[in-house]
Design a protein around this ligand. Structure first.
Ligand code: HEM
Length: 504
């Protein structure tokens, strides 16, 4: 800066200097907005003008917990390719999942914006290349069909307690919020599988403080992701948000690490069969299949990944079934034809029943537990996605809710119709053009959900035993999916029911 200009600047009062800076920023912003809307390589991607030059609509909707719904609505208006914000494009075309996340797309489009739980220690969600392949191969054994068979008694025992707790609530005049009991069950099961130590929510008839901490943490994580889009205003926006809850993330990590240490010291037990039983066996055979530090961070990942997702799936199935008595009747018929008593219900026998699977698939379509974006980055040279050339460094994603609640992919998407998922000759005519591949609640390809098999088996077992034992009456529509908010996970409202014991 030359001396004369410097003197002029330093002579300005702080107020005037701020004013000039503000003006300069405004000029820059107007020029940038004009570029983003007209000349940017993404300018032609359809979407509202405000989303093309500003992150604000995206930030505001995220903070309100309504971004998944907003993106769904944008696709209804603008079609299968939509500009979500200046750097991000969302797709709903039926091939989008496969092109972005499947083989070989997954090699081209790397995960974007995922952060390691402990810097320097890869966990399955953030690991790349060889680390991911090694950890995935190691954990695959803990999620195999054989492992699930050996773990089934854990599920059955927790469900026994869940159902006996619900029996205490039978015929009560007060409505029962079954959402929270489903959450207790899902967290207790994942505690047993990940730490050999239940959270004891069912025993104590209440949320364990660690579970409450996690539920709040989801919300604050979501808030931080939104605040990050605010650039230089990030600290300000963060300070206005639930910043205290962020510490809860650290607390979760500390507790998880301590639990893994306790678990490692536990004596051998043939009935344990938790995730680490399978990892330890491999570590003995093949040195270093997973280090203790990696076990710690993966335990911290598996708890949130395998708890609230399941609770959402079970609560969603139940809500939709109670809203549709004919579907519920057809499901009961299938269950009663297969099982003479509740004690006959097992995971392998449920695996052979088509209608309960169709019910779960349809509920996951209408209420996908992970409803929002799964970000991937386009390589610097750019790439063609769903027939559109997308320039390098753009962020791309499929939003599950947008892809599933979309009339181009599913006829009458708001109509709960498990029959869509049955074999061709059993599908109603009006669903024959559905693009079933557009619903991928577990994602696809090498980074899809490792817990998919477990999730189907667990959801079906809980549902089947619950419906076998009780008649349930839905008391209000507070659970209405369209009104719910998403902060990473759905903020599930009370699902109010009245229970009575069935006489079969
Ligand atoms: C209905 C239940 C579930 C749904 C809808 C679901 C959905 C998903 C989705 C969409 C992903 C991909 C995430 C991404 O690309 O960022 C994922 C990954 C993952 N899920 Fe699930 N999940 C469910 C249950 C579970 C369970 C029960 C577990 C374990 C106990 C689990 C563990 C994981 C892990 C570890 C990953 C990371 C996999 C990798 O990157 O290789 N999930 N899940």
């Amino acid at each position: 800066m030359d001396a004369e200009l410097w003197t002029k600047v330093s002579d300005l009062s702080p107020l005037k200097a701020a004013g000039r800076l503000g003006l300069l920023y405004a000029v820059y912003y107007v020029l940038y907005a004009a570029y983003a809307v007209t000349l940017s390589p993404l300018a032609k991607i359809p979407g509202p003008i405000t989303r093309k030059f500003s992150y604000m609509p995206c930030v505001i909707m995220n903070m309100r917990g309504r971004e998944s719904h907003a993106v769904r609505d944008l696709h209804r208006k603008y079609g299968p390719v939509v500009r979500v914000n200046p750097e991000m494009v969302s797709f709903t075309g039926p091939t989008a999942w496969k092109e972005i996340y499947g083989y070989p797309g997954a090699k081209k489009f790397k995960k974007f914006g995922y952060r390691q739980l402990r810097p320097g220690v890869p966990d399955l969600l953030t690991a790349n290349g060889a680390d991911h392949s090694r950890q995935r191969a190691a954990l695959n054994r803990a999620f195999s069909e054989k492992a699930l068979r050996e773990q089934e008694h854990h599920f059955q025992e927790h469900i026994d307690l869940f159902l006996s707790r619900l029996e205490e609530k039978c015929d009560e005049k007060e409505p029962l919020n079954i959402t929270q009991w489903i959450e207790f069950l899902a967290f207790d099961i994942i505690g047993t599988l990940a730490f050999s130590s239940s959270f004891h929510c069912l025993e104590d008839r209440g949320y364990h403080p660690w579970v409450l901490l996690l539920l709040n943490f989801f919300k604050s994580t979501h808030y931080v992701l939104a605040a990050r889009m605010c650039g230089i205003f990030f600290p300000l926006v963060l300070a206005l948000g639930p910043i205290r809850d962020l510490r809860k993330g650290e607390e979760h990590l500390r507790r998880s690490y301590a639990k893994v240490q306790e678990r490692i010291k536990m004596p051998e037990d043939d009935r344990r069969n938790d995730f680490w039983t399978y990892i330890s066996r491999q570590n003995e055979q093949k040195e270093g299949s997973m280090s203790v530090e990696e076990m710690e961070v993966n335990a911290a990942l598996l708890i949130p990944a395998g708890s609230d997702t399941i609770a959402t799936a079970v609560a969603g199935c139940l809500y939709l079934l109670l809203k549709h008595p004919d579907t519920l009747a057809r499901l009961r018929k299938e269950l009663e034809a297969e099982f003479r008593s509740e004690s006959d219900i097992t995971m392998p026998r449920l695996a052979g029943l088509p209608y309960i699977r169709a019910v779960v698939d349809e509920a996951l379509r209408m209420y996908p537990p992970i409803s929002g974006e799964l970000r991937r980055a386009v390589p610097p040279e750019g790439a063609v996605v769903c027939g559109h050339f997308i320039p390098g460094d753009t962020i791309i994603s499929v939003y599950a809710l947008a892809s599933c609640d979309n009339a181009s992919n599913f006829a009458q998407p708001k109509r709960f119709t498990p029959e869509r998922w049955l074999t061709t000759d059993e599908r109603p005519d009006w669903t024959r053009n559905d693009h079933l591949e557009a619903s991928q609640p577990f994602s696809v390809g090498p980074r899809n959900c490792i817990g998919m098999g477990l999730a189907y088996a667990e959801t079906k077992l809980i549902l089947a035993r619950l419906l076998f034992r009780f008649d349930l009456e839905l008391l209000d529509d507070e659970f209405n999916i369209d009104n719910q908010k998403v902060y990473v996970m759905w903020q599930k409202p009370p699902l109010s029911v009245r229970l009575s014991r069935r006489k079969v």
